[in-house]
Design a protein around this ligand. Structure first.
Ligand SMILES: Nc1ncnc2c1ncn2[C@@H]1O[C@H](COP(=O)(O)OP(=O)(O)OP(=O)(O)O)[C@@H](O)[C@H]1O
Ligand SMILES: [Mg+2]
Length: 505
């Protein structure tokens, strides 16, 4: 499976910059749909506001049209009244003329037709129309100068009333024109403002969205290139909850996975290097042991013969000490045996092993190193210690690293005898191995970083800073824990805790 294929869509907890599985995800498609819906709603809102204003405008125009019709009707009635007044004057000067009476009758009909509907619309003129109707009836029943004068009077009064109505209509027309202007202006303003808000707000949101998107894509691209060229530092801060956010998490995941794999490779490389070195020493040691064993066997034979003859009374060299030769040859044999044990072929599988024997062997072996020459070794090994299941070579490496650190720490002390105490014990279900020294100890900052990869306070060539880092990795492989207790000038104690195997194992 490819890296990308492995991580796309997964949510993993790899420290900073990774969203947890619970965070709500909104895809870019959903964001697009939401933006579109908001835009449509906005357009609908603006449209409905404009439609409402347009309705008001249409009503105003209708009312204006109505008022123009009223004004026209008023003008018609007014001119009929003017003619009627003239005709009444004519009839007044010649009351016996039948033609004048007919003309006035026609005028009255035209006036009454023209006034139809006004009474209802303008109730204020109702009394004047009533009076006119009364005078018309009088003229019809009692044709003469007096009734004509009254009729003319009614006509004049009605003209005055209709003038008042006309001026009211004009005022109303003026108000409607003003209202038309205000509504028209508000339509213009609403269109402009809504359009402007739409363009500015929506444009800014779109611009912001895309510039952030482009920025995040660039960030991702840069980080992907950095990861390819070896960057393994801080992961990207994932601030998005969409497809791009998932991609960022994937790159973070890829980065941490690569880091972990490289760490494993480095450990494997160190392991291989160590094994190769030990194998080379092993074959050399085996060859030396073989070559040394032959002369030792011969020397032992001679010494034993001397020892036997010395016990007989005929021996001319009574008093010489052949057991000293025997003791020294035993020591040489022990050394070659330890060499062979230490360099035994590496078994990659965990085995049941005796931790005490491993400690004895390793401590016995490192004593030949000149760094340990002036150091007092105290072994306090629990004889009841149960067997543990582990890869022997891992534990040997850990113990050697801890012993070498302890030796380095005691190198410069002058006021006390350099001492290393190695203890094994049971603690509940755990088997504990302690390596304590009375060396220089560590300050808090050093103690906090002692297990870090490549952290060292030693000069170049003496320390690489991988010792404790590898110890922790190896012990964790064995399912155990390693911790340090230290104080400046007080020495250091390293504690390794391993699980005792279950009884059936
Ligand atoms: N017993 C100790 N006493 C005092 N300081 C210690 C002890 N063990 C470790 N340290 C400190 O921790 C550091 C890291 O130890 P570590 O074993 O990881 O690396 P190193 O000993 O410096 O180098 P390397 O083990 O790779 O040769 C050391 O440089 C030293 O400062
Ligand atoms: Mg070390």
């Amino acid at each position: 499976m490819t890296f990308a294929g492995q991580w796309i869509g997964e949510s993993r907890d790899n420290g900073k910059g990774v969203l947890n599985a619970g965070s709500a995800r909104v895809s870019l498609r959903t964001k697009g749909i939401v933006a579109f819906v908001i835009l449509v709603l906005y357009v609908v809102l603006a449209g409905s506001m404009l439609a409402q204003q347009r309705g008001t405008l249409r009503d105003t125009v209708e009312q204006q049209r109505d008022l123009y019709a009223v004004e026209e009707a008023l003008a018609r009635v007014n001119s009929t009244l003017a003619y009627a007044i003239l005709n009444v004057n004519e009839a007044y000067s010649n009351p016996r003329s039948r033609a004048n009476a007919d003309t006035i009758a026609l005028d009255i009909e035209a006036i009454q037709a023209g006034l139809r509907g006004f009474e209802e619309r303008y109730p204020a003129i109702r009394p004047w129309i009533g009076r006119l109707d009364g005078n018309i009836a009088r003229v019809r029943s009692d044709w003469g100068s007096a009734s004509l004068v009254d009729l003319r009077e009614s006509f004049h009064e009605l003209v005055a009333q209709l003038d008042a109505v006309t001026s009211e209509v004009r005022n109303r027309q003026h108000a409607l024109s003003e209202n038309f202007r205000v509504v028209y202006d508000s339509i213009t303003i609403i269109s402009l403002v809504m359009g402007l808000i739409g363009v500015v707000v929506f444009g800014s949101v779109v611009m912001l969205f895309f510039s952030r998107l482009v920025w995040d894509v660039r960030k991702l691209q840069t980080r992907a290139l950095e990861v390819v060229s070896g960057y393994r530092g801080r992961p990207i801060d994932v601030t998005r909850h969409d497809e791009l956010g998932s991609l960022m998490e994937s790159v973070n995941g890829m980065q941490s996975e690569l880091r972990e794999r490289e760490r494993q490779l480095e450990i494997a490389r160190q392991q291989r290097f160590h094994n190769d070195k030990m194998a080379a020493i092993g074959s050399l040691a085996a060859a030396i042991a073989h070559e040394v064993n032959n002369p030792i066997a011969a020397i032992t034979g001679v010494a034993e013969a001397i020892h036997e003859t010395q016990n007989s009374s005929a021996c001319p060299r009574r008093g010489c000490r052949p057991e000293l030769i025997l003791e020294q040859t035993r020591r040489i044999s022990q050394i070659t045996r330890q060499l062979a044990e230490m360099t035994a072929p590496y078994s990659p599988e965990p085995q049941l092993l005796d931790l005490n024997a491993l400690v004895r062997g390793t401590c016995g072996f490192v004593r030949y190193d000149k760094r340990f020459r002036n150091i007092d070794f105290n072994l306090d090994l629990d004889p009841q210690l149960p067997a543990i299941k582990a890869i022997a070579d891992h534990l040997t490496q850990v113990l050697m690293n801890l012993l070498i650190n302890a030796a380095d720490a005691t190198e410069e002390i002058v006021d006390r005898k350099p001492t290393i105490n190695v203890t094994t014990a049971m603690n509940g279900e755990e088997v504990v191995l302690l390596v304590a020294d009375n060396g220089c100890g560590m300050v808090t900052q050093t103690l906090a970083r002692a297990f870090d990869e490549a952290f060292t306070t030693k000069p170049p060539g003496k320390g690489s800073g991988l010792g404790l880092f590898m110890c922790r990795s190896l012990i964790e492989t064995e399912g155990g824990r390693i911790t340090l207790d230290s104080a400046p000038g007080q020495g250091t104690q390293a504690s390794v805790r391993l699980q005792r195997p279950a009884p059936r194992e």
